[in-house]
Design a protein around this ligand. Structure first.
Ligand SMILES: Nc1ncnc2c1ncn2[C@@H]1O[C@H](COP(=O)(O)OP(=O)(O)OP(=O)(O)O)[C@@H](O)[C@H]1O
Length: 315
């Protein structure tokens, strides 16, 4: 029984530069294990190397160095088995416009050598809510429908790993929800899911483990909950009736700053947060509290901190 659905060791990719220009190093020796059965998020700013990683796994881009194993199979030594164990939903909506959804899944199943008796065309089209459109030309489908059709196409050979590259870009909220319902169902049935997304909230909600890559390097890889604890901060904003021109002296011991004319925001260490002490200090200054709000760290804060920190180091 394998432990990791995907294992990358020292994975490196340098794209050849145009004539006379330097090669572009997109991946700088990535080490990454994606546990079997996980719902794994691969995050990173534009150009971080996410698509390059996925395209190497899908066999669309050749790596420069390092190794990649899919379901235990080395992509170089055993490309057939590696590819049989992975389904990839690409970022680009690439289609043969004159195939219908039904034909497209049948052709894809044929390419993977799935026998007629084992084909799941109807089940898949129903699962992605495209059964009604089964015989329509795919060029007539909306962007969201095309995306869902690509998910069905990636699943024709029932791979144990499904990779989705920016699957909800351009998909409206309702359809996004339907897509995630289906992905969650696949995950519940044992499929390992890997997704890249720009929507950090989506990753926070869906993924049990998250890796952040930046400039071709992994800057974090840990369970989502643990990652969220990394920045141990909470913000408390207190609004008062009086007009403030400076932070009250009674708050000198805190990391406080003015927030408009009537507010003060205090950064607190979550594990030792003492909101009571902050409130007492505000009252000690003779101010009348009219409102209090708190904000905890979310993935976006962590993402920005990790990716900015690295840019700062590089500068
Ligand atoms: N075919 C190519 N030739 C040259 N450079 C490339 C090629 N494909 C990607 N790159 C470069 O490699 C780097 C990583 O790109 P990649 O598409 O993997 O990033 P990404 O994290 O998927 O970003 P995005 O979210 O924008 O797709 C970028 O600097 C990009 O410009």
């Amino acid at each position: 029984m394998i432990e990791n659905a995907i294992e990358l060791k020292g994975l490196t990719k340098a794209y050849r530069g145009r004539k006379g220009s330097q090669p572009k190093v997109a991946l700088k020796g990535i080490d990454l294990n994606i546990p079997r059965g996980s719902m794994f998020g691969l995050l990173g700013p534009n150009g971080a190397g996410k698509s390059t990683t996925i395209n190497i796994l899908a066999g669309l881009v050749n790596k420069t160095a390092g190794t990649a194993r899919v379901w235990g199979y080395d992509i170089e030594e055993d490309p057939r088995n590696a590819r049989a164990n992975i389904g990839v939903v690409p970022q680009e909506l690439t289609f043969d416009a004159f195939f219908t959804p039904r034909e497209m899944l049948e052709v894809q199943a044929g390419m993977y050598g799935v026998p007629q008796a084992d084909r799941r065309t109807e089940e898949l089209l129903k699962a992605v809510h495209l059964w009604e459109q089964r015989d329509a030309y795919s060029r007539t489908l909306s962007g969201g429908m095309k995306r869902r059709l690509l998910v069905a196409k990636a699943m024709v050979h029932t791979p144990p790993i499904l990779i989705l590259d920016e699957p909800t870009a351009g998909v409206d909220i309702e359809l996004r929800q339907q897509l995630w319902d289906y992905v969650r169902e696949l995950h519940a049935r044992g499929t390992t899911i890997v997704l890249t997304t720009h929507y950090l909230e989506e990753a926070e909600e869906l993924c049990d483990t998250i890796a952040i890559i930046n400039h071709g390097e992994v800057v974090a890889c840990e369970p989502t909950k643990q990652l969220l604890k990394r920045i141990d901060e909470k913000q408390v904003t207190i609004m008062v009736a009086e007009t403030l021109s400076e932070v009250p002296g009674s708050l000198a011991a805190f990391d406080a700053s003015l927030n408009g004319d009537h507010g003060v925001t205090v950064q607190l260490n979550q594990s030792v947060a003492n909101v009571g002490a902050v409130l007492a200090a505000v009252q000690k200054a003779g101010l009348t509290i009219v409102d209090i709000s708190t904000r905890e760290t979310d993935l976006e804060d962590i993402f920005l901190q990790l990716t900015r920190r690295q840019s700062g180091e590089a500068a």
